[in-house]
Design a protein around this ligand. Structure first.
Ligand code: SAM
Ligand code: SF4
Ligand code: FES
Length: 346
């Protein structure tokens, strides 16, 4: 097998076999990665030009009923500081965000029983009433089809639910027994069929992950065809069982971003905060490898450090206005421009 022909196939046919993906993941060298990067960047600029979409992230709750082994918000972490934002606080984040040019608000949080369908629908309706030209994205975990339908009817446009790993045996090494990978995948298909612009995704370098698992993640994306995909390196959290595992690699994450861009030219692909956490220019590198979205934080500064899903998360002390200024400059520096746009999937 030859890596350059696999890259060419990804670029021209937007696909590769499982064996080819595994071979590429295991063997790509720096020169070949540069060929892959250029192809992915060209593909992204062919679709989006030099425009970067922004999403304002509002971290609405650090309470979670789940116990994912990798996450600092897992319920058994007794050191986690728990908070939840009020409707007023969330609306005030949107007000700040709208003035700063955001046209998508992402409400993300742990699976917190306080945020019932009624509560979330009320907040979604109010955001859509006040900011009718803005998109609302939810990332509130597995809620089931009936809940998703209500949220969609209330006006939510998009839903992010990373599949975490497509391999069900690997999934069960990252989650307690009550969390089932097949169920998560089923909920992703439900989101799509309800009409949400749907986001899947996975951590790169999570404990016990193999190249075969990553190839299966790529093939899962090809089957699901989500409109969005969030990937970022696994980063250990000191108060979880996975504290001793290595963080995911920069090069591997960038390689996968490029492969995903080539397999899905139109997909909305963020350069994630986790990528910015493992390297000072991680988000810029992500864009240069085919990503087209950044998700600066709009959460109230006093709670930022408490949404601690992994250690050393960046931007925990910065006001929203400072973050968006910083990111705009970072994007300009590499020849890109942040735009005021809902940035829907086209
Ligand atoms: N509770 C919701 C859920 O799990 O879908 C949304 C919030 S959760 C914190 C968002 C994402 O954070 C997860 O899908 C997971 O991929 C990522 N994450 C959690 N712990 C992480 C870690 N230690 N390193 C990198 N990413 C992590
Ligand atoms: Fe809860 Fe999401 Fe963290 Fe899992 S990843 S513990 S569901 S916040
Ligand atoms: Fe938050 Fe630079 S993006 S401070």
């Amino acid at each position: 097998m030859d890596i350059l022909s696999i890259i060419d196939k990804l670029k021209t046919q937007h696909t590769a076999s499982r064996d080819e993906l595994i071979f590429l993941i295991k063997n790509i060298n720096d020169d070949e990665r540069e060929v892959l990067r250029q192809a992915a960047q060209e593909t992204a600029t062919g679709v989006f030009g030099n425009k970067i979409y922004i999403r304002g992230l509002i971290e609405i709750s650090s309470y979670c009923k789940n116990d994912c082994l990798y996450c600092g918000l897992r319920r058994s972490n007794k050191n986690a500081v728990r908070y939840r934002l009020t409707k007023q606080q969330i609306l005030s984040c949107c007000e700040t965000g709208c003035a700063l040019g955001f046209r998508t608000f992402v409400m993300q949080g742990g699976e917190d029983g306080f945020f019932t369908d009624e509560v979330v629908c009320g907040i979604v309706r109010e955001i859509k009433r006040r900011y009718p030209d803005c998109a609302v994205t939810l990332s509130l975990g597995e809620r089931g089809e009936e809940s998703f339908k209500k949220l969609f009817e209330a006006g939510a446009d998009r839903y992010l639910l990373r599949h975490e790993t497509a391999d069900l045996a690997h999934y069960s090494k990252l989650h307690p027994g009550n969390m089932i990978g097949a169920e998560r995948q089923r909920q992703l298909y439900a989101l799509k069929s309800i009409g949400f612009q749907t986001g899947a995704g996975f951590m790169v370098g999570s404990p016990y992950q193999t190249a075969e698992n990553l190839a299966d993640d790529l093939l899962f994306l090809q089957k699901l065809k989500p409109q969005m995909c969030g990937i970022g390196p696994f980063i250990p959290h000191k108060d979880t069982d996975f504290r001793g595992f290595a963080q995911g690699g920069l090069d591997l994450t960038l390689t996968l971003l490029s492969v995903i861009r080539l397999m899905h030219p139109h997909i909305l692909l963020p350069a994630t905060t986790a990528l910015g956490t493992i390297h000072p220019e991680g988000r810029e590198l992500g864009i240069l490898h085919g990503a087209n979205v950044v998700m600066p934080n709009l959460s109230p500064v006093e709670h930022r450090k408490d949404y601690a899903i992994y250690d050393n998360k960046i931007c925990t002390g910065d006001e929203s206005a400072a973050c968006i200024r910083c990111l705009s400059l970072r994007m300009q520096h590499i020849g890109y421009q942040i735009v005021t746009d809902r940035g829907d999937y086209k």
